[in-house]
Design a binder for this molecule. Sequence first.
Ligand SMILES: [Zn+2]
Length: 327
Amino acid sequence: MMFNPKNVTTKLRSGDIKALTANVARYTGLFIVCGLVTYGTNAIVELYTSAQNSHQQVSKLRNKALELSASLSEETALNKTLNDSLEKKTQSLEKLNQRIDDMENILGLSDENPPQTIKQRVDTAAINSAVKATLFQLIPNGKPTPDAPLTSGFGTRVHPITKQRKNHDGLDFGASKGTPIYAPADAVIEKVNASKYGYGNQLTLNHTMGFVSTYSHMSKFNVKQGQFVNKGELIGWTGNSGLSTGPHLHYEIHFLGKPLNPRPFVNWNIENFDTLFEKEPNVEWTSLLNTVGSMVEMQVQLASDHSQDIFNTANHPKPKVTFDTHK
Ligand SMILES: [Zn+2]
């Protein structure tokens, strides 16, 4: 057989091409598989890393949520404390308002122009109560012998000893010898008169604002002429000295030298404050009240300045104080 190169070439080509094609296909497949595996691995690693990060983020958020929750609890507790405190303060304020209302009712201020702030209301109430307290300190009120009964009134009567119709210028209180007599208001002791006649042992007390009171038929004095006494101080003891049918106190009140009926003064107290002004027309009460009022207002204002912080109210008008040096 003769060598035919054409046949060889033909045989080679047909076998090689098949093999080559198979190999190419195999390696291509392998390459794709390798690529896919690499890609897949990378993707898994990426997913895993991402999952790890997410897990950490979730943990962080959970911690943050716990912190916020704790903080919220604290703030809720604080809020509750503040609310409780606020409620207590509101209740105190309501009580204060109620007390001022009560005080204004007692003092008869309810129908007057209502002042705007609590401080003004307190000031007005304080001025009025201070005026009343001052008047009760300065003008005779109450019985000088607290438990002794009234045995003879003021006015014309037939004298029990002289049998003459005469003015009885005071009140008689039946009291056994040695009953304590107390000053019915602040005073200076004007006279200490020891006597066996007429009014017997007699004390004269000079109160402010033109009022004078006398105590007759006493057994003993506890004060000296010129001495200052406060309301309620023991000035002496009852007796039966002078022209007297039995142990008693003869009590007189004079205004500018004129005897007044002491009964409205004896009965005068905080509950019937206005009655004295209606029952005793011989005193210019309005003028007297204005004078005492302005005197007291100044004192209340001075005291009130110290309580400015409590009420924290500015621009409260203060009275102008001037002194007249020409008199
Ligand atoms: Zn008398």
